[in-house]
Design a protein around this ligand. Structure first.
Ligand SMILES: [Zn+2]
Length: 133
């Protein structure tokens, strides 16, 4: 009838060796809940972790670098594979862009006629720049 029996009083702290009752949320608890033992447990956890992962930060860095490299290569590969597609896409955009610029310049000149604006040269050189890209 007593279901708690096996979990009660039969656990010994792995640090102070005193019997303790494990937390019901952590049935595998190995260390008693005294401050001293919890502190010792944390220290040894850190130590164990560090000795198990001596190059953790270096490792992360190298992982990140190779990850970036992989990303770059992937995008280069994608471009290589889709070169024709990109050229078509750019061609279509160029045409659309040309139309847009033509319309833009037409409106601009209209506005210029209405008010004497001295920035036409600038807008035209900008348009030329856009045309080449
Ligand atoms: Zn203890």
């Amino acid at each position: 009838m007593n279901m708690e029996k096996k979990d009660r009083g039969d656990r010994k702290c792995s640090i102070c060796d005193k019997p303790f009752i494990p937390n019901k949320y952590r049935p595998n608890q190995e260390v008693c809940s005294s401050l001293e033992c919890q502190y010792q447990r944390q220290l040894s956890n850190m130590k164990n972790w560090r000795t198990a992962n001596p190059n953790y930060f270096k490792y992360r860095e190298s992982q990140d670098k190779s990850w970036k490299q992989a990303c770059r290569e992937r995008s280069l590969e994608w471009r290589r594979k889709h070169k024709e597609y990109l050229q078509l896409y750019r061609g279509a955009n160029k045409e659309r862009h040309r139309k847009y610029m033509r319309e833009y310049m037409r409106k601009y000149r209209q506005r210029k006629k209405e008010s004497e604006d001295r920035n036409e040269g600038e807008a035209q050189s900008q348009a030329a720049n856009n045309e080449t890209t």
